[in-house]
Design a protein around this ligand. Structure first.
Ligand code: MIC
Ligand code: SF4
Length: 751
């Protein structure tokens, strides 16, 4: 039986009625996303037509998922909300804090020792407040959610940007900061700007070496890292129906890399097969009863141009494998062009590691397809030329893959099986084959490849590819190896061509698992006491941020003008810093240490307005805070791209930053700034970014009139006392302005 089947059935009972009303109201056929959103309105039945990309709407969310690195902050905030239990089914997954090094057994034990305090905290908070708990080693949040919780037509949020993975089972699943999760768990509506809709029509059928991953790698190249901002992507067409549920999950997962709010597919027989194979025939049966409501209306599919804000068409018959990277997931190079592209760009051709796993590509099908290539290498006497590491997505996947000999194949070839966890994908990788920071190339099946992300080395060129391509490249040891064209030498000196990858959509003998790693919460958790040691360097109880004093802000110094790409990995690095995710003051010491200073191009350093010295950004921020000066960060396009981590907003808030002014924001980060009571503003005239100089002071001269839809005026005073007066835009609505006034959304919830 599926978890929370009663909740799912209840939602399904109301879906047809609500969608019929919405269709009548709109007076036209509806897309899948519209159906899910209009059937999850906080106010119940649809009575208003919402303008895409304009109207803020309150939604009723069905469930919440949190992973350990973000759950700490989310739950520390939830503890301040004064509730006895969470209002909707919620779960916590311990996956981010486990290092990959020796292999699963030792690494997991090491994590248990090292993170004991945090793990205990999360387990007892979960038990107290009625939250399902998935212990370390149970798997990566999004794979576990897909296997256990996701269901067609549902609406969920998760404190991780790749929550969107559940679109593979026809859900609208959205990544958010912890403060959003707190709202939902505290029985409040969840607000989202009604998204624009991008349609992707998939014709033909995947063939050759092309995999679902290549669909999203291509889409990323088309849309770029910010092309999906504010939009939900709907995939449809004969090509969509030919993909497995986990393949669909891969595509939806990496929608985060184009900034999309969610991506999804209509309910179909592949989803039904997956639901049944993962022990949820009850969900499949219930979904079958309302299946027309779990897909777009036929008119939408027949005339997509009339219903989507943007339409993309991809012919799967022609799709070839891609390698995206380095340093950004949207730089797409088809494998057959790599021969020219790599030397032209100075990308080292030798592949030093192949890594398979992450929430994007760690399903049974993924492992089985990669294993089919590994098996050929073993049979033909071809040696592995690169390091090989594998992180299965869940204990269920791992157990089944072990039973079926898949893991033995990897091991026999020389691969290392790491824990069912994020591992190298988030810098939890003790890489020991290089010293210093040499330039080198790795390939992986993950979703992100920002600088330093996997191994902390800024000179590692990481390329994203499908699991089977990662395996082929690890075997050949070359970045420009095109398996449909090139050959590899075996131990007899013969040139061998690899056969096409073959895998199983679902295990032939069914999934199996001994201990899934799930721990149910206490029936009544009121007696459970949560203790946080005041001397801990891992956990720190929060104290509310101060409210706005009602005045305009004058002479706020520039803290940093960031140049170029400034992702959440640049603002609040993961890897070695993940251990401080529950301690706001300690983690604040990483604030913007990856940010590139626009004046000096130096990383992580800025001019201290008090002394004129160039120092680490967090140090300068602390000095300004001590001097009772609020400061300002300036940034480029898509500022805050990537993760949902609200630390990237809480740290500046904690260190006295009042405003972040940029050319454009990534969605989750912009919301996180608002939630934490800061000003997230965009230049009305992009070129005004160039006006900002070192030593500038910012005055927000009409902040007292802060109102929805009204620009704010900023006076920038330069060192020579000359002043530029500029306008900045914002997207704050009434309620969000209240958050600013109260000091944070949580402060206003507590009121
Ligand atoms: C990531 O992939 O960057 C993470 C780590 O999963 C983040 C969440 C976090 O920073 O904890 C995400 O994607 O939201
Ligand atoms: Fe974990 Fe990587 Fe997925 Fe983030 S992207 S949830 S770090 S596996």
């Amino acid at each position: 039986m599926a978890f929370d089947i009663d909740m799912i059935k209840k939602v399904y009972q109301t879906i047809p009625g609500k969608i019929d009303k919405a269709r009548k109201l709109l007076g036209r056929p509806m897309t899948l996303t519209e159906k899910i959103l209009y059937s999850h309105l906080w106010d119940g039945d649809p009575t208003t037509i919402y303008k895409r990309g304009k109207d803020y709407v309150d939604f009723k969310v069905d469930r919440v998922a949190m992973q350990d690195a973000t759950a700490q902050m989310a739950l520390l905030q939830f503890m301040l909300a004064g509730k006895k239990k969470v209002a909707v089914p919620s779960s916590v997954h311990l996956d981010h804090l486990i290092q990959a090094h020796d292999g699963a057994d030792k690494d997991l034990q090491e994590a248990l020792n090292r993170n004991n305090e945090v793990y205990n905290f999360l387990e007892s908070v979960s038990s107290k407040y009625g939250i399902g708990f998935w212990k370390p080693g149970a798997g990566i949040i999004h794979q576990v959610v897909l296997e256990n919780y996701a269901y067609p037509g549902g609406l969920m949020i998760g404190t991780d940007s790749h929550t969107v993975n559940a679109g593979g089972l026809g859900m609208v699943a959205i990544g958010v900061g912890g403060a959003d999760a707190v709202d939902v768990m505290a029985d409040m509506p969840w607000e989202l700007k009604f998204p624009k809709l991008i349609g992707v029509k998939l014709t033909g059928k995947l063939n050759g070496w092309a995999a679902p991953k290549d669909i999203i790698l291509k889409v990323a190249g088309i849309l770029t890292a910010k092309g999906g901002t504010g939009a939900i992507i709907e995939y449809f067409g004969e090509g969509a129906e030919s993909l497995s549920a986990t393949g669909k999950g891969t595509i939806c997962n990496m929608g985060a890399e184009v900034g999309a709010t969610n991506s999804n597919f209509a309910y179909d027989t592949a989803m039904e097969r997956y639901l049944r194979a993962t022990g949820r025939s009850d969900v499949a049966d219930a979904a079958n009863e309302i299946k027309d409501y779990l897909k777009s209306d036929p008119e939408v599919i027949a005339n997509p141009n009339d219903y989507y804000d943007q339409l993309i068409e991809i012919n799967l018959d022609e799709l070839r494998p891609y390698l995206n990277g380095p340093f950004t997931p949207d730089r797409d190079t088809p494998i057959d062009k790599m021969k020219d592209e790599a030397p032209a760009n100075g990308w080292p051709l030798e592949v030093q590691w192949g890594l398979i796993g992450s929430c994007t590509n760690s399903s049974y099908e993924d492992l089985s397809r990669a294993a089919s290539i590994a098996r050929q290498a073993l049979a033909q006497g071809i040696k592995l030329k690169a390091g090989l590491g594998i992180n299965p997505g869940s204990e269920q996947v791992r157990y089944t893959a072990e039973r079926d000999g898949i893991l033995d194949t990897f091991k026999e070839l020389g691969g290392r099986i790491f824990t069912n966890a994020c591992g190298p994908c988030i810098g939890q990788w003790k890489r020991d084959d290089i010293e210093g920071n040499p330039k080198n190339t790795i390939v992986h099946s993950f979703n992100r490849n920002f600088a330093k992300r996997a191994d902390g080395n800024p000179n590692t060129n990481a390329f994203v590819a499908s699991p089977e391509m990662v395996m082929a490249l690890a075997i050949s040891g070359r970045l420009d190896f095109d398996p449909s064209r090139d050959t590899v030498k075996n131990d007899k000196g013969e040139e061998v061509k690899l056969d096409l990858p073959k895998g199983w959509e679902l295990p032939e003998k069914g999934f199996e698992v001994k201990d899934s790693g799930y721990i149910a919460p206490a029936e009544d958790g009121s007696d459970i006491e949560i203790v946080v040691n005041p001397l801990s360097d891992r956990l720190q109880l929060l104290s509310p941020f101060p409210a706005w004093n009602g005045d305009n802000i004058y002479n706020a110094p520039l803290l940093l003008k960031a140049f170029g790409k400034c992702t959440t990995d640049h603002i609040s690095m993961a890897g070695p810093w993940l251990k401080f995710r529950g301690h706001l003051d300690n983690i604040s010491n990483n604030m913007l240490i990856g940010g590139v200073n626009a004046f000096t191009k130096e990383v992580g350093k800025t001019k201290n307005p008090l002394t004129g010295e160039y120092e680490a950004v967090p140090k300068v921020a602390r000095d300004l805070k001590a001097a009772k000066l609020q400061s300002v960060i300036v940034g480029d396009h898509n500022y805050g791209e990537g993760s949902s981590r609200e630390h990237a907003a809480m740290e500046p808030r904690h260190l006295g930053v009042i405003a972040v002014i940029v050319k454009s924001f990534a969605r989750i980060h912009e919301t996180n700034l608002k939630k934490q009571g800061m000003l997230g503003l965009t230049f009305a005239n992009e070129a005004d970014y160039d006006l900002v100089q070192e030593d500038d002071r910012f005055s927000f001269v009409d902040l007292k009139d802060f109102a929805p839809g009204k620009q704010l005026t900023v006076e920038i005073e330069h060192k020579d006392k000359s002043i530029d007066i500029i306008k900045v835009n914002h997207t704050y609505n009434e309620q969000q302005i209240d958050w600013f006034k109260a000091g944070s959304a949580l402060n206003s919830l507590r009121k």
